[in-house]
Design a protein around this ligand. Structure first.
Ligand SMILES: Nc1ncnc2c1ncn2[C@@H]1O[C@H](COP(=O)(O)OP(=O)(O)O)[C@@H](O)[C@H]1O
Ligand SMILES: N[C@@H](CCC(=O)OP(=O)(O)O)C(=O)O
Length: 373
């Protein structure tokens, strides 16, 4: 058997057998501008998800569509572009969307729980743990989590960017074995299929498989188009989670292992959940300049960062924020969760740990919270 074919079946077999699956559904598959939520499509998705759960998998749903579902009730005629109107539409639509999922799963006596997250929830340790335990407990109680970005409080700088990325993050957060991205297109093509002449790519096993692929923008309701799906699929696959990208209308087939869509093979080892968040946290809040010895300690020897090796600070940050660690030439060498506020840290620079009062003797960035780039 040739390598690509063997790998194709391995990836698909892993997705088909996954114990824990995150299923993301795009706005374009769930909503329309004129009539909001497409209940038929939503019921068919709930049917496929319920069947997978009854077959023994835990499923977390990431559902887009809040903005799309809020357009018609507010009398708008197109997807709003400005943040305030988008947030208003999301606040109307989120309610309708949660209700629709609740009603649909109630047909099976299944309860749903709504989980709205922002990038900040993922970047900060306490919120990250709380989100994780909420999702875990919902699963343990047999309920389906319906996750979306908390659009009404997320700001432009803080946004995940799109729900494909949120889904990749959630897949890592819950330790999922597979991520299924469902859209209005039946997989990745080598060019925008709306332009014609494009060919479906059934399998992506290495970056070379994407050479020459043009991932274009999405439809009127979608946010990031194929480019965001591709980058989310690569993010998940790079961190150890295989991905299937398929049409929402093929949900039943996609969730039962049929050969539909595009499968992305996962890297064999996965980053620890914590390190994943540090590496992919939405934004860094500042930078720490390191001397050459500190760079060697944190990058080569994987040690914690101590104040003695820090020569300067950029920006204003608080304990728990993700910051960049910069080498003597100013290039980023790592990312990490800083233990102190920038003001507090300013007083500690260059000092050896033993000179500091006991409450300031924790490392500035603990090795467990530090990811070399
Ligand atoms: N190379 C490509 N392969 C597949 N689809 C593509 C490609 N380039 C652009 N697209 C478009 O991306 C759209 C899906 O993105 P989007 O509208 O954001 O979906 P969703 O709402 O599901 O997130 C498809 O409808 C398709 O027309
Ligand atoms: N939180 C937004 C999601 C926007 C989004 O990413 O949409 P999509 O590209 O359709 O997955 C909403 O619910 O409308």
């Amino acid at each position: 058997m040739d390598e690509a074919v063997r790998s194709l079946s391995e990836t698909r077999a892993t997705i088909a057998a996954a114990r824990s699956v995150v299923v993301k559904i795009g706005s374009s598959a769930l909503t329309s501008m004129e009539s909001g939520i497409d209940l038929r499509a939503l019921n068919a998705l709930a049917d496929a998800i319920e069947a997978r759960m009854r077959a023994g998998s835990d499923v977390v749903v990431v559902s887009s569509g809040a903005v799309g579902a809020g357009i018609a009730p507010l009398g708008l005629t197109k997807r709003p572009r400005d943040l305030a109107t988008k947030q208003a539409a999301a606040s109307v639509g989120q309610l309708a969307l949660a209700h629709a999922w609740g009603t649909s799963f109630a047909r099976y006596g299944r309860t749903v729980g709504q989980v709205l997250l922002t990038a900040d929830d993922i970047a900060r340790r306490t919120q990250h743990r709380n989100a994780q335990s909420t999702l875990d407990r919902l699963r343990a109680l047999g309920a389906v989590a319906i996750v979306n970005e908390n659009d009404t409080v997320a700001t432009t700088e803080l946004r995940f960017g799109d729900n494909d990325r949120l889904a990749a993050m959630v897949a890592h957060l819950v330790g999922a074995d597979a991520l299924v991205l469902l859209s209005d297109v039946d997989g990745l093509y080598d060019g925008d299929p709306r332009k014609g002449g494009a060919t479906l790519i059934p399998e992506v096993t290495s970056p070379e498989d994407l050479d020459g692929v043009v991932a274009g923008s999405g439809g009127a309701l979608g946010t990031g188009g194929m480019a965001s799906k591709l980058s989310a699929a690569r993010l998940a696959a790079d961190s150890g989670v295989p991905v299937l990208l398929a049409a929402a209308t093929d949900a039943a087939a996609a969730l039962t292992g049929a050969a539909v869509g595009t499968a992305f093979a996962a890297r064999p080892t996965r980053l620890s959940a914590r390190k994943f968040w540090v590496r992919h946290a939405a934004d860094t809040r500042g930078g720490l300049h390191l001397d050459a010895g500190a760079v060697r300690a944190v990058v080569d020897r994987r040690r914690s960062l101590l104040p003695a090796g820090i020569t300067g600070i950029d920006g204003r940050f608080y304990g728990g924020d993700v910051v960049s660690l910069l080498g003597p030439d100013g290039a980023a060498v790592a990312r990490g969760v800083v233990a102190y506020d920038s003001v507090e840290l300013g007083e500690m620079l260059g000092r050896s740990t033993v000179e500091l009062p006991s409450e300031l003797q924790r490392p500035v960035v603990h090795a467990d919270d530090l990811v070399p780039l």
